[in-house]
Design a protein around this ligand. Structure first.
Ligand code: NIG
Ligand code: FE
Length: 402
């Protein structure tokens, strides 16, 4: 007796290119996909059977780059930018990330939890079943750990998995005036606490003029890697710092943003299997005009993932269908490529591709049932929200349907 069978479903599996299985049945037990049966097969017995009437069933969406936990908002800076100030000018005057750092330091753990939980619930409405969340608005030990504890608490929410990332090297905190000294502080004081508290397994940084230099990130990565952390990098968002090449040199999981990526660095990403995480929400919201080299990334077989980058400054968006829509309209990706970018490729960007991101026997039963027939409708009609139900593998091995 199995837990659940979803029959009469149109599966987009994402295990091999553009595979669509019509009228298939999916057998689920103890939170795992046990079998995928073709039309007409005899169905085993199950405690619950859902007839999906020929409609679409996909892997749960994976948001592989977010800054979901923060205090305050930056609506005032949005208006300043509309009046001509640039993101960098605002940052250089002490606003930007630094203003969110002040608000986040002043917020209690409970207040941060409640504001982030509200955002998370909205993401789940749009089909997200796994969400990466970065720290990086604390920039001192207590607040960085407070953020990661909020992420840990959010991870107990039903229907979603949270993957925390440590982003201590996001900006220079106000109590430091030397970036090298702050990087030293991260290495000697923050990473050991992080390791001891076991609150994140991935270290990220912001390699940019308003963030940290190539040399500073290299120093951070060297120590983080020695301690066994996996790596990610905000690279080439506003200028070419050779961040993607650095990420590849360290076999990072991903290099993210990449509008200013030089073509010569694409092969390095491919050789290192470093995923290109593109963030069309930030491209749109900062009114960027330089496009990431999407065609060249695709031609060179670099995996492209798409994420919301949900944050108060550069991308206050929570919907992956909307990001897929932007990836198609702004970055000229196909709907299939965009869907792949929020499922299996996003799983690769988090190093969880063995468990999540595709419909395959043995993988977690993280699934979304949609009230439409084709995945291109979800992207085209991005704000209608076709999600009908989410099936989520739980640690206990049972399934939540809702
Ligand atoms: O991914 N670029 C750096 N970090 C974030 C923005 C953070 C902020 O502005 O608060 C990003 O765009
Ligand atoms: Fe980011």
């Amino acid at each position: 007796m199995y837990d659940l069978i979803i029959q009469n479903a149109r599966l987009v599996t994402f295990d091999q290119d553009e595979r669509i299985l019509d009228n298939a049945a999916l057998v689920i037990n103890q939170g795992k996909i046990i079998d995928i049966l073709a039309t007409g097969s005899a169905l085993p017995k199950a405690r619950e059977i859902i007839n999906h009437s020929g409609q679409l069933l996909t892997p749960g969406l994976i948001d592989c780059h977010t800054h979901l936990i923060y205090g305050g908002n930056r609506a005032d800076e949005f208006e300043m930018r509309l009046n001509g100030a640039s993101y960098e000018e605002i940052a250089n005057k002490g606003g930007g990330i630094r203003s969110t750092v002040t608000a986040t330091r002043n917020a209690s753990l409970d207040a941060l939890y409640h504001s982030a939980h509200r955002r998370l619930k909205q993401m789940m409405q749009y089909g997200t079943t796994t969400c990466e969340i970065k720290s990086g608005y604390g920039l001192d030990i207590d607040t960085e750990m407070k953020m990661l504890k909020v992420a840990q608490k959010l991870n107990t929410s039903k229907g979603i998995d949270i993957i925390p990332t440590f982003l201590g090297a996001h900006a220079l905190p106000p109590e430091f005036d030397d970036k090298d000294q702050y990087i030293d502080f991260i290495i000697t004081d923050m990473l050991p606490v992080l390791k001891k508290e076991n609150l994140a397994h991935v270290v990220d940084g912001f390699c940019e003029n308003i963030g940290f230099s190539h040399a500073q990130i290299k120093r951070l990565f060297t120590h983080a890697k020695e301690l066994g952390f996996q790596l990610k990098l905000h690279a080439e968002q506003l200028s070419d710092q050779k961040g993607a090449a650095l990420a590849a040199e360290f076999n990072a999981l991903s290099a993210d943003h990449l509008e200013y990526l030089a073509l010569e660095d694409i092969a390095k990403m491919q050789a290192a299997n470093t995923v290109a995480v593109l963030l069309p929400g930030a491209y749109y919201f900062l009114r960027e005009t330089k496009l990431p080299p999407v065609t060249e990334l695709l031609n060179n077989h670099v995996k492209i993932a798409i994420a919301t980058d949900a944050n108060p400054g550069s991308s206050p968006f929570l919907s992956l269908p909307l990001m897929m829509n932007m990836a198609c309209t702004l970055f000229r990706m196909t709907p299939y490529q965009a869907f792949q970018a929020t499922t299996i490729n996003a799983a690769h960007a988090l190093g969880i591709q063995d468990q999540k991101g595709s419909i395959e026997i043995g993988k977690c039963a993280d699934l979304v049932l949609w009230d439409c027939e084709h995945y291109n409708q979800i992207i085209y009609d991005a704000t209608l929200n076709y999600r009908k139900a989410t099936i989520k593998a739980l640690c206990s091995g049972t399934c939540a349907v809702g």
